[in-house]
Design a binder for this molecule. Sequence first.
Ligand code: SF4
Ligand code: SF4
Length: 499
Amino acid sequence: MTTTDPARLNEPVLSTLNQDGSRRWLRPKPSKGRFLTRRRVVAYVLILIFTALPWIPINGKPAMLLDLAKREFTFFGKTFLPTDTLLLALLILSVFVSIFLMTALFGRVWCGWGCPQTVYMEFVYRPIERLFDGRSYRDGGRTVVHPVRRAGKYLAFLFISLFLSHTFLAYFVGVESLFEWMTQSPFEHPKAFLIVMFVTGLMMLDFCVLREQVCTLMCPYGRMQSVLLDRESMIVTYDPQRGEPRGKAKRRPKSAPQHELITGTTDRGDCIDCHLCVVTCPTGIDIRDGLQMECIACTQCIDACDTVMDRIGKPRGLIRFSSQDAIEGKPRKLLRPRVVLYPLVLVVLLTLFGVTLASKNAVDVVFLRNRATPYSVLENGAVSNQVSMKLTNRSGETREYEIAVLGEVEVVSKDLNLTIEANDTRSATLRVIVPRDQFERGRADVTIRVTDDTGYSRDFNRHLLGPLFGAPVSSPPPPPPPEIGASESVGDDIEEAAS
Ligand code: SF4
Ligand code: SF4
């Protein structure tokens, strides 16, 4: 809806938009202080962790490996397979609930302190930019930089983006494969090459062009802030009762220490309207306007304002971490429904995760039902069913498995004894022949037993299909069992998880 109020016509729509609709390029001025020091430590530790994780071996695998080709996901020595859907779902839900809890307690602290977008923008790309462009913090349009310096900056950005995208790829293929591929022609591994180029391009687009737009316009987490926060959540906030009415500062008399400022008169608040909290803001907002969706809780404005307060001899904390209620002088309510509910849900989810993990079997067995030829009747009247199964060794070491079908049945298969390496999957196809008189209403029950060389044993009850009644029906002969390792290609099979 278009406003007709003349007083509102000049209000900025977005913090990064000029009145004429053009992009307002931000060059936030870094503000030294206790929070910047802490954020810097956190950021460099996080960068170190991201770079090091693919290199750290745990149980013979990288600390984190997302092997999409094998559909294996390894986290700190524990490998998850596609059959671990429940575990993965519980893990993802736990992460979401943790984020909700963290936001309810501490606002968007993740955005300002832990999000890769902020970490790399503020502690890698922007320092490099200042190195090449100089320390001009003109508010608004782009600064004019010598073309050689500009080219040097983008070259440095490209180098870092390439390094990061290669590190990113290492999470999916491991560092050994990555180094091997890097020494070979891109045509030998075109997919990996294209992925690296694509990710590098995305990073250049992000850190050269989009920048704070990712946080203010694109990130869904920022958009959800209003429903995740309550009035008791800790946020970066300005204290208007202390700061207002704001007013420009005057210099001290010559006798006073040089460059120290004082506020004009005693009837003014502590804010001297110096705009340092605005100039330092990486999303270009003025925190004095109250809680805004664009605030990523980076605390830069706290450091900026504390420095000003030190200089004018006022107590620090005009801008500080506080809650909306606390800043308005209302009593604190530490126990709110959401800070009780979220931890409870989290405990339930983590307990379920732990119990599910602890009760995992040493072998996952998945049965495949052949829809095309469910059964065939042999010349002697017996009924033959083809049973296809996939066994995944979850024990963490190579094991020998034996498959047996109990009861008065005949089994034809060369897959009854399988050696399976840790986390590997092998297929087995059995022809189970059952006398026709064992079928009732077209169904016969058998027990398939899987044992391993450590004494592990597990029984699976299966229903075999056969003719409902009447004389033996001739049907086409069953297809020969496929070779070991090739039975995954059985065309019309339906998977039935049995573990
Ligand atoms: S830095 Fe502090 S004193 Fe300066 S404008 Fe911001 S709130 Fe006011
Ligand atoms: S208002 Fe302060 S805390 Fe929020 S983004 Fe700007 S500088 Fe960071």
